[in-house]
Ligand binder design. Structure first.
Ligand code: FAD
Length: 541
């Protein structure tokens, strides 16, 4: 029997599930399959960074995730009994200035529940075994656990099927690979030791590193570099106890192993993310060592970049050329993540004397320099990711007013940069900008500066809505009091917090994309560029 789907997602890991949720909340219910079983639990990635928490907040899941994890604010590096550096991860400019320690199966459970609430059915025990791509879609061969085969014709095939991706292999997408020859063991254990549970602790020693992260239920994740590239497949309690005793000064008793695994750090990067009607995301496109904790976070951000674009294309509201921007925007980002992780892994695990000395000096230095800490904190939180070079985003300046942003200390996010949060007010009280921007479309924010008269505010709205052409909402933020007559979508910014965060002094526009990056900004109330933006997107009303 041949079935049909608009979108088939292969893989219900964190990447595939974020994409399924993002599509479903935009009215596109995808088909999603996974070769594994529904009750399969793996701890794997334990760190959710600030940018991913913002994304989860947008999907309505951040609070639930925080309740199921351990929020951490500091990263301590030691050598023996000496503290080399203390990194403050709260220096990131985010409403979630923390790193959340939560086992991957918990994150996946939250995502699964949300996907199912939105009407997505995850088909477990169903494996993609082959595919044939055509001009208008892809025909795939599926194998069910009970031996049944099935054929499915899908408009779009998404490979979110992990590092050994069948989608990638059968599509003939090649990848660059390198073996870092660094082995690691990792496990979730209970340990008696005098460590505080409010931070990460990383110990360096001549023989390697031990990193420990507090987990829910009083457990700890231990990650240790192995001396060769052949670590035991399923390390036991003794392995963890031996590394802790050898590389830390802690008086410890390691007991109750919940889960363990090992891996050899290899990096891989697909040469492209799109091949006609096939798209790759997450580990299927890029994988690397877990040092730095970026793997799962980067995959979820791929999905968040792709979701809104794919939904517009599938619903016939944009040309499929829009999907080329997924490749153009994400590939440079994932390449940078793979390269940076490779360097970090080598620096963190180097055991030669010169490498150890360099690491010690670098850590001591950065521990003392606030700007370096701030930059690292933003990098760690994935807040330095931007799409400024994307063809989709632009700014429009009126020459006579070209200093609208530049004459204030805070210049506001540029086109292609992340939105900033701030509190404004409506009639019910204070409301966070990120919550105003939560509905899953574009958002046009009109900063009215000192314009407060209802007639002008009311006159702007029809033109703004016309320029948006049904692609999202319009919000007006005035520095004055709310107009006397209730008006939808008008907010007061009496303390100028939002205006300052966006560097705005005169009436200006910010068009926010569904993935919460600035698509366009202009320093006047001219709606023509908003229409230009949607035209460039290939979007139809
Ligand atoms: C041992 C280990 C430890 C790790 N630790 C960390 C860490 O500490 N920090 C970190 O950031 N990252 C870590 N990672 C990496 C992190 O787990 C991945 O980056 C993350 O899981 C990627 O998510 P994904 O959804 O792209 O792929 P995956 O989570 O791999 O999901 C892919 C899914 O596709 C399914 N699938 C595969 N092939 C098929 C097929 N042919 N048909 C149907 N379904 C298929 C699989 O069953 C799987 O459920 C670790 C990985 C491993 C293996």
């Amino acid at each position: 029997m041949t079935t049909k789907a608009d979108v088939l997602i292969v893989g219900a890991g964190p990447t595939g599930l974020v994409l399924a949720i993002d599509l479903a909340r935009r009215g596109v219910i995808p088909r999603i399959i996974d070769a594994g079983r529904a009750d399969h639990r793996e701890s794997r990635a334990v760190s959710i960074v600030a940018r991913s928490l913002e994304m989860l907040d947008d999907l309505g899941l951040a609070q639930a995730a925080i309740e199921r994890g351990v929020p951490l604010h500091t990263l301590n590096f030691y050598q023996g009994t000496t503290t080399l550096a203390e990194m403050d991860v709260t220096a990131v400019d985010s409403p979630f200035p923390l790193d959340l320690c939560i086992p991957q199966w918990q994150t996946v459970t939250l995502l699964r529940e949300r996907a199912e609430e939105l009407g997505v059915t995850i088909e477990w025990d169903t494996r993609l075994v082959g595919q044939q791509a055509g001009e208008h879609g892809v025909t795939v061969e599926l194998q069910h656990g009970d031996g049944r085969s099935q054929r499915c014709e899908t408009g779009w095939l998404i490979g979110a099927d992990g590092a050994h991706s069948t989608v990638r292999e059968t599509a003939g997408i090649t990848r660059e690979r390198a073996d870092l020859k660094r082995g690691f063991i990792l496990g979730d254990v209970a340990v008696d030791w005098p460590l505080t549970r409010d931070r990460f602790h990383v110990y360096f020693d001549a023989s390697g590193l031990v990193a420990v992260f507090p987990m829910i239920g009083g457990y700890w994740r231990i990650l240790a570099s192995a001396p060769d590239d052949r670590p035991p497949a399923t390390p036991g309690l003794d392995d963890f106890a031996a590394y802790v005793a050898e590389r830390t000064p802690l008086d410890s008793h390691v007991r109750d192993l919940q889960w363990s695994s090992s891996f050899v750090a290899r990096e891989s990067l697909a040469d492209r993310l799109r091949h006609g009607r096939i798209l790759l995301a997450g580990d299927a496109a890029h994988s690397h060592s877990p040092v730095g904790g970026q793997g799962m976070n980067t995959g979820m951000q791929d999905a968040y970049n792709l979701g809104w674009k794919l939904a517009l294309v599938v619903t016939g509201r944009a040309e499929d050329s829009l999907l080329d921007s997924y490749q153009a925007e994400r590939w440079p980002i994932v390449k940078a993540v793979v390269d940076a992780t490779s360097t970090t892994t080598k620096v963190a695990t180097g055991t030669a004397l010169v490498a150890r000395r360099a690491r010690r000096h670098a850590l001591r230095l950065f521990g003392r320099l606030n700007p370096v800490q701030q930059r690292l904190s933003n990098a760690f939180g994935e807040h330095l990711v931007h799409y400024r070079d994307s063809d989709l985003v632009f700014e429009r300046w009126h020459e006579s007013q070209a200093r609208a942003w530049s004459d204030v200390a805070c210049t506001g996010p540029e086109a292609g940069e992340l939105v900033r949060d701030a509190y404004v007010e409506n009639r019910e009280g204070p409301v966070a900008l990120r919550h105003i921007l939560r509905t899953p479309g574009h958002h046009l924010v009109l900063f009215a500066a000192d314009t407060t008269d209802s007639a002008t505010l009311a006159a702007w709205q029809p033109s703004a809505h016309e320029a948006m052409a049904g692609h999202g909402e319009v919000h007006v933020i005035t520095r004055g009091h709310l107009p006397h007559d209730p008006m939808d979508g008008v907010f007061a910014d009496l303390r100028s917090e939002a205006h300052n965060r966006y560097g705005v002094r005169r009436p200006s526009l910010y068009l926010i994309r569904p993935d919460k990056y600035v698509g366009f900004r202009g320093d006047s109330v001219d709606f023509a560029p908003v229409s230009d933006y949607f035209r460039a997107l290939g979007a139809r009303p």
